[in-house]
Design a protein around this ligand. Structure first.
Ligand SMILES: N[C@H](CCC[C@H](N)C(=O)O)C(=O)O
Length: 255
């Protein structure tokens, strides 16, 4: 099987052109392909499929092999992959588990439209919202020394969230228009170098307090930007922008 490896600010994915629908959608095979010792190694695996009238369809799996909800960085990488395959020229639309998305690519930077966010809930001083995947957002001090794995694992497996899981984002304000986000990801069950839907969720909790319509977001794997328009406590016209790169391509036997 031919595959491509992409990364979007360090969140990395095995990409497969599955327009012939030949890929075996088997949890053990996908988990093995994502294994960093016994397989290709990735945070997730993404299938590109056909789905008229859209330019393509996104099917996303976490590295535990389970099919999951929307992946923002994966969506950006899939747009770059579809562009590489000459599926579209500059702008595209695709369908994913959370609905349809528009996107554009310029010089390796992908701008992806995210779904509208109807509400931001509170859990004590923290926030809970869904940006295509479920996210918990907690503001902390000294984020570079914060124990993201231990604290993220605790919240993800706590009574309120253990059944369906949740991605846990830790945020520190850097300036009036920049935050730093680190994320413990559901289905990877570890910290990833960035999480697109998590960066989006974190950005919205920051934007809800002021009048900004965009914010810069630093992650371990690189820098992103989030644009959003507020309408009371709802957000729309939400865009996630950042680089998406093809790292290598290869062939692998699936058995
Ligand atoms: N692990 C997430 C999906 C991928 C999210 C992340 N990689 C992103 O870029 O949004 C979940 O199961 O909810």
């Amino acid at each position: 099987m031919e595959f491509y490896k992409y990364q979007g600010t360090g969140n990395d994915f095995v990409m497969v052109d599955n327009r012939d629908l030949q890929f075996p959608k088997d949890q053990e095979i996908i988990e093995k392909l994502c294994d960093r010792r016994f397989g290709i190694g990735a945070d997730g695996l993404i299938l590109l499929e056909n789905d008229e009238p859209y330019d393509f369809k996104m099917v996303y799996y976490n590295s535990d092999g389970g099919e999951s909800t929307m992946c923002g960085n994966g969506g950006r990488c899939l747009v770059a992959f579809a562009f590489f395959l000459d599926i579209f020229e500059e702008n595209c639309t695709f369908i994913a588990t959370d609905g349809e998305h528009e996107a554009e690519i310029h010089n390796g930077v992908v701008k992806l439209k995210m779904i509208d966010v109807e509400s931001i809930l509170s859990d004590a001083e923290d926030f809970v919202l869904n940006t295509g995947s479920p996210h918990y957002v907690k503001y902390v001090e000294d984020i570079t020394n914060y124990n993201v794995f231990a604290e993220g694992n605790k919240i993800r497996n706590s009574e309120n969230y253990s059944e369906n899981g949740i991605n846990v984002n830790f945020v520190e304000k850097i300036s009036d228009d920049e935050i730093f986000v680190r994320t413990y990801e559901r289905g990877v069950e570890d910290e990833t170098y960035s999480c697109g839907t998590g960066v989006t969720a974190s950005a919205l909790t920051f934007l809800q307090k002021g009048n900004l319509t965009s914010i810069k977001v630093k992650t371990l794997g690189g820098n992103l930007k989030v644009y959003a328009e507020k309408n009371e406590n709802k957000f729309h016209k939400i865009w996630l922008e950042g680089p998406a790169k093809q790292v290598f391509r290869g062939k692998i036997d699936l058995i």
